[in-house]
Design a protein around this ligand. Structure first.
Ligand code: FAD
Length: 448
């Protein structure tokens, strides 16, 4: 008996329950990845290249036996299944709007070949945690409480030898694409071995200070696991198994992983929120438009707003396909509340450049900042980019790292640039105090 193990967002071999179900069902398995244009298109070169690197690492773990095929999975799966006489196709379930639709269509196209879903990319699968009245949670803290109470399985004991792999000698096989031209961008390490090495290093060196230091972009003290989690190079269950006890740093990191599950749950229950406001009152908000709005958006994207912490963040995004969480909040607040632009403009730019770009975490991170999302993040909370910079980058090191024009400005003066704005660094494109009042007026209008 033979089967297909269809890899998607689970590019690893350890702690992969899909392999256990495949080993139960078949004597030989074919490892398959489908390069689907519908997913590759909206990703930028950084995330596509990062994916190719993860695929190369997986292929190496499989001794070169990963079959990579380009096309629409609805066409590819039945063809590959029939060419090896597979009786089953094994997947880890996808809960995103596109993935859910695709898997239903693939299941139908496979006919008598069964599509078997085991596990998901989350500690607790979306849709599982419900309130006592059987409706989904809309606020994080009670969700997290229920999430803890629900708990999760121990890591699955799997590796390359859990199943016997078939040689992928099929005519449609293509080579894993080469890295794209990334210009100056340098990407984080990819693949399962790198993920586990980073996790071990973080546990040994950084976890103790995580609770205090995670908000400081200059210290770079967060785990940087998001790209690995995005592509499933490590499963959150593996991390949670090491995060026992109630030390503040341990509890905070567990809570961050709960945010990831929460947003996946919200998107699963409200797939419309990938594009639309979670709080539909925000549909009426008045946005800036016209040439000035377009120019401001371009300045934000390119990191030349004249607000140092905003520009540093936007340049980090372009420089390494990743941005520190605190700075994601500051730059998102700036776009929505200082420039009065729609959150989805910013979300699209982030999704194009973030290596960890994930529809649920990204769209809902944006909606939280814009005030239109879950948790009723107070709409009147408008980040002041200058004081945020002074507070979270107190010596100015983060700004100087990413904005070379400011390398000569010492200490935290780099945030205010009083009497020290270099000629080659832009003047602020807006007056924050003025825009803050304007943002509050726009929000007041929709409450009426
Ligand atoms: P750590 O602090 O080490 O946290 C560990 C893990 O917990 C992260 O890797 C991530 O998987 C999860 N996590 C932490 N914070 C959050 C959060 N607020 N929401 C959801 N999961 C979280 N995260 C993404 O993975 N992909 C995105 O596309 C994304 N877009 C965002 C957009 C905006 C506007 C905002 C405000 C946040 C966004 N986040 C996104 C959440 C967060 O910024 C990143 O997960 C975090 O910066 C990743 O760095 P880390 O791995 O070092 O995090």
């Amino acid at each position: 008996r033979s089967a297909i193990v269809w890899f998607r967002r689970d590019l690893r071999l350890g702690d992969l329950p899909t392999l256990l179900s495949a080993a139960d069902a078949a004597d030989h398995c074919l490892a398959l990845f489908v390069l689907d244009e519908k997913l590759l298109g909206p990703s930028g070169p950084a995330r596509r290249t990062y994916l190719y690197r993860c695929l190369r690492a997986l292929d190496e773990q499989l001794g070169g036996r990963l079959l990579v095929v380009k096309g629409d999975p609805v066409d590819v799966l039945p063809k590959v299944a029939s060419s090896i006489d597979a009786e089953t196709v094994h997947i880890s379930a996808d809960y995103g709007p596109y993935g859910t639709r695709r898997d239903t269509e693939v299941g139908e196209a496979l006919g008598s070949v069964e599509l078997v879903a085991t596990g998901s990319p989350y500690a607790v699968a979306p849709g599982r945690i419900r309130k006592s009245d059987d409706t989904p949670y809309k606020v994080f803290t009670p969700f997290r409480r229920a999430w803890y109470e629900h708990g999760w399985r121990a890591p699955a004991q799997t590796d390359a030898k859990t199943v016997r792999w078939l040689e992928p000698d099929l005519p449609d096989r293509i080579a894993i694409p080469d890295d794209e031209d990334l210009g100056e961008t340098t990407l984080p390490a990819a693949g399962e071995a790198a993920a586990l090495a980073r996790w071990k290093e973080f546990l040994a060196e950084d976890l103790g200070q995580y609770d205090d230091a995670r908000n400081r972009p200059d210290l770079d003290a967060s785990s940087r696991l998001s790209p690995f989690l995005k592509f499933g190079c490590v499963h959150p269950r593996t991390l949670l198994a090491d995060l026992r006890g109630d030390e503040p740093s341990t509890a905070t990191l567990r809570s961050e992983l709960a945010w990831r599950d929460f947003y996946a749950d919200v998107l699963h229950n409200r797939p419309d929120t990938a594009r639309k406001n979670f709080d539909r009152r925000f549909d009426r908000i008045e946005y800036a438009s016209g040439r000035e709005a377009d120019e401001n958006f371009a300045a934000w994207c390119e990191g030349r707003t004249g607000f140092p912490i905003v520009d540093a963040g936007m340049r980090q995004l372009l420089g390494e396909g990743w941005m520190h969480n605190r700075v994601r909040m500051i730059t998102a607040s700036f776009l929505t509340k200082d420039l009065h632009l729609p959150w989805w403009w910013g979300a699209r730019h982030f999704m194009r450049h973030l290596v960890d770009g994930d529809l649920a975490s990204n769209q809902h991170g944006w909606q939280w900042t814009a005030g239109s999302g879950t948790d009723a993040s107070p709409y009147f909370r408008v980040f002041n980019p200058t004081t945020q910079g002074e507070k979270f980058d107190p010596n100015g090191d983060y700004v100087r790292r990413w904005v070379p024009e400011l390398a000569g400005v010492a200490g935290k003066a780099v945030h205010t640039l009083k009497d020290s704005r270099p000629d080659d660094y832009p003047e602020p494109i807006v007056d924050h105090a003025h825009e803050r009042v304007d943002a509050l007026r726009r929000y007041d209008d929709i409450k009426a």
